[in-house]
Design a protein around this ligand. Structure first.
Ligand code: BES
Ligand code: ZN
Ligand code: ZN
Length: 497
């Protein structure tokens, strides 16, 4: 693979066959029930595994153990990583466990390691999962920081050792690279401080993916007025940097379906005049995670080349208080002509999405998926690991849930209870932007509101307020923007084609 070996976050991943391998440190996986056995090492490792077991290594998920082998193994040192119980094993087990390798190796002062790829069930998928786990665990957002004095040197090279260096292995590494690069882009956009990643900058980032077969258009100022984008204009009115709507189109030569992805792109959510308390504002630079995820997806479409036309719509604004800011009581008219009484300026995501969704729907795609950090209620209901899914298309919801299982991103469906729609009735406009009952069913109310603007065709809403951001380090994601649900969307698009 020579020159095409992917590098990201200073890490290079390549593969070689067991026969050709020669090195000093080898990483090997083991299952909890299989005692003594090290995956993919055969008889040479039998005694080794037995030693580790007798010294207390149980092979629990992400458990590690270091050994100095004697005998036939051509390795000076072996790092064992547990995969937990065989019955619970899936691709996510691999991503989570392999992510342990990097810190373990760093603490030992190793910058280059070899890893026996287990290939337990689905060859290509397993290599992809290992690659994702490694690249995403290596991710750092340190561009605004001086290098720490005593930080260990990060691992710069991982060699995957496989039985046979076939096309599945090469494809797995390549796909792992694309999926990780797309996720990394989303994380970088989210993590960048909000005065830098303002509406102008986010639109500029979108223009960077403007290369065949993708075209990108940015609407602002007079364009938005002419189009009748009252929601985006209203929310952006208090910001120093004017709002934008970005339209991206990926058009492959043969497309079986047209999918529209609509992303909430609030570059900072102060709440507007309905100001948030200080603590709730701390992470509100992440309120553009939906738009960041859509851009992450677009950034790798020219490489993955799924046979689906993908249209992206980013509704971008900063939600700020100020003399020109919209006021509670104001009435806006969205792109589809429906009017909205703004009773709480902090329920701004649905206002910008009202425009973007109805614009997307006016172009008649086969399905619309919107991705938004929409409600704090979703964090209360589902926590920081799970996104809420709502919509009128059981088929699309099923496909997304299944793609989420494979990517290790968790989604859970919530019902769009139609009786709750009356909570959105306004006395003076077609709708008001908040429900009536002290926040009851806040996530569902948000979904019901969006449904009014999504047209009659298939539509699904992902409320990613929880999983878009992590306030602690996760196995393969440091604190900050996560890039959720980029990898699920990529799988979904590929499965459609
Ligand atoms: N961006 C927030 C939602 C959010 C909260 C995202 C916490 C991530 C973490 C959204 O614009 C918002 O403020 N929603 C309000 C809606 C309410 C006023 C109806 C909320 O959830 O409180
Ligand atoms: Zn808000
Ligand atoms: Zn918001």
């Amino acid at each position: 693979m020579n020159n095409s070996e992917p590098t990201m976050a200073g890490l290079k991943i390549s593969a070689t066959s067991l026969k050709k391998w020669k090195g000093d440190t080898l990483v090997v996986f083991a299952f909890q029930e299989e005692s003594p056995k090290l995956l993919g090492l055969g008889k040479e490792a039998f005694a080794l595994a037995a030693t580790a077991r007798s010294d207390g290594f149980k092979a629990r998920e992400r458990e590690t153990f270091i050994l100095r082998p004697v005998g036939k193994l051509p390795a000076e040192r072996v790092l064992l990583i547990g995969l937990g119980k065989k019955t619970g094993y899936n691709l996510e087990t691999l991503r989570r466990s392999v992510s342990k390798v990097l810190t373990l190796a760093e603490n030992l002062g190793l910058t280059s390691i070899s890893l026996r790829a287990p290939m337990i069930k689905r060859g290509m998928e397993e290599v992809q999962a290992l690659t994702e786990g490694l690249f995403l665990a290596a991710y750092k957002f340190d561009r605004h920081q001086a290098p720490a004095d005593e930080a260990p040197k990060p691992v710069s090279e991982v060699m995957l050792i496989v039985d046979d260096l076939n096309s599945d292995v090469k494809k797995g590494i390549e796909r792992g690279e694309f999926f990780s690069a797309a996720t990394t882009l989303a994380r970088d956009l989210i993590n960048e401080p909000p005065s830098r990643m303002n509406p102008e900058r986010l639109a500029a980032e979108a223009l960077k993916v403007n290369q065949s077969p993708i075209s990108v258009k940015v609407y602002e100022g007079k364009d938005l007025e002419k189009m009748g984008m009252g929601g985006i204009i209203g929310v952006g009115a208090g910001g120093a940097v004017p709002p934008r709507l970005v339209e991206l189109i990926y058009k492959p030569s043969k497309a079986r379906k047209i999918v529209a992805l609509v992303g909430k792109g609030i570059t900072f959510d102060s709440g507007g005049l309905s100001l948030k308390p200080a603590q709730s504002m701390e992470t509100m630079k992440d309120d553009m995670s939906g738009a960041a995820a859509v851009l992450g997806v677009f950034s790798v479409l020219p490489k993955l080349r799924p046979n689906v036309e993908v249209r992206g719509y980013l509704a971008i604004a900063e939600n700020m208080p100020g003399g020109r800011a919209q006021k509670p009581g104001d009435v806006l008219k969205a792109f589809n002509g429906k009017t909205i009484e703004v009773l709480n300026t902090d329920a701004e995501g649905r206002l910008v999405l009202a425009d973007a969704l109805s614009y997307a729907a006016s172009k008649k795609p086969d399905v619309i998926i919107d991705i938004a950090t929409l409600t704090g209620a979703a964090v209360v209901a589902l926590g920081h690991l799970v996104a809420g899914v709502m919509g009128n298309s059981p088929e699309t919801i099923r496909a997304l849930l299944s793609a989420g299982k494979d990517s290790g991103e968790q989604l859970w469906e919530l019902p769009l209870v139609k009786e709750y729609k009356q909570d959105l009735k306004s006395k003076i406009a077609d709708f008001k932007n908040i429900g009536g009952r002290r926040g009851e069913a806040g996530t569902i109310i948000g979904g019901l509101f969006l449904q009014e603007f999504a047209g009659e065709g298939p539509w699904v809403h992902l409320d990613i307020a929880g999983p878009s951001w992590s306030d602690s380090d996760q196995p393969y994601c440091p604190t900050g923007g996560t890039g959720f649900p980029v990898r699920t969307l990529l799988r979904y698009l590929e499965n459609l084609a």
